[in-house]
Design a protein around this ligand. Structure first.
Ligand SMILES: [Zn+2]
Length: 47
């Protein structure tokens, strides 16, 4: 299962890879982005 985020309403969008169909169920947008992995957090310098 692939999970994407709608760029407009920020809701989770399920991507149907079988039908190759990407569309937000809430706003109908076809523009989605991959959510960033949680490992990319910024590190704060220690003083
Ligand atoms: Zn949307």
């Amino acid at each position: 299962m692939s999970l994407y985020i709608c760029v407009f309403c920020k809701s989770e969008v399920d991507v149907d890879l079988v039908r190759n169909r990407i569309q937000c169920p809430k706003c109908g947008s076809r523009i989605v982005m991959k959510p960033r992995p949680p490992a990319m957090k910024k590190r704060v310098k220690a003083i």
